[in-house]
Design a protein around this ligand. Structure first.
Ligand code: 5RP
Length: 232
């Protein structure tokens, strides 16, 4: 089974946690794309749902499948959000933002009654941080902010040799909000809660990809079928 097969199995299994009539947060990335495809089939079969997209990319996909969309500001609540992750641990602490959508993903997640995280088995880790942590940073003073991120990493005894702005070819990658992403290869984040607090307090940081206490359950695609994980 390839990683994409596992992503597809997880994405389709997430259908069990949504129902006709719901307002559903639609995640971003290759795993979430499988969920949106599966939801599109349900809509084609007659389900009436409202989708809240977490990126322009997901909005385009959902529109092409005929899934009616609303913005997060147009709803009082979101029943369930289904989204991918770059890493997750047994406490369902996540690193997200590999696709650059972490800010919208976190806003939609925080407005959701339930969050189902979907991923292939390789994303399940003992310690977060092997995947470079995406941190969304405003353009103004971005060099200063990057130096502050290095200082924060040092204060947490993290590896700080490989922190830099994400590129899209020759130019800086820009998020849907027009900001930059600093990919911070901290390697092993022993205390995600403390790091999250310090990153949030850093001037110039819009948000970071550490998601704490948000995910209600995770569905992992594995070589032996899907595995459901509840937070420890
Ligand atoms: C996008 C994300 C994605 O959920 C994360 O990058 C996982 O992506 P994929 O499902 O393609 O592995 O956070 O910002």
């Amino acid at each position: 089974m390839t990683a994409d097969d596992q992503k597809k199995a997880a994405g389709r299994a997430a259908l069990e946690y949504v129902a006709n009539g719901m307002t559903i947060g639609l995640g971003t990335g290759s795993t979430a794309k499988h969920f949106v495809d599966a939801l599109g089939e349900k809509v084609a079969d007659g389900w009436i749902v409202k989708g809240v997209p977490t990126s322009e990319q997901t909005a385009r996909q959902a529109e092409s499948l005929g899934i009616p969309l609303v913005s997060v500001d147009e709803v009082t609540h979101i029943d369930v959000t289904v989204d991918g992750a770059d890493e997750l641990d047994a406490k369902l602490r996540l690193i997200k933002g590999g696709g650059g959508a972490l800010l919208r993903e976190k806003i939609v997640a925080a407005a959701s009654n339930k969050i189902v995280t979907i991923a292939d088995a390789s994303k399940f880790v003992d310690v977060l941080g092997a995947f470079p942590l995406p941190v969304e940073v405003v353009n103004f003073g971005c060099g200063t902010t990057l130096r502050r991120l290095i200082d924060i990493g040092r204060a947490h005894n993290l590896d700080t040799h490989d922190l830099d702005f994400r590129m899209a070819g020759e130019i800086a990658f820009k998020t849907d909000g027009g900001n930059l992403i600093a990919d911070c290869a901290f390697k092993a984040i022993q205390d995600p809660e403390a790091l999250a607090r310090d990153l949030s307090d850093c001037p110039g940081v819009v948000d970071h990809g550490i998601f704490l206490g948000l995910s209600s359950l995770a569905i992992l695609g594995t070589g032996e079928g899907v595995r459901v994980i509840k937070p420890e």
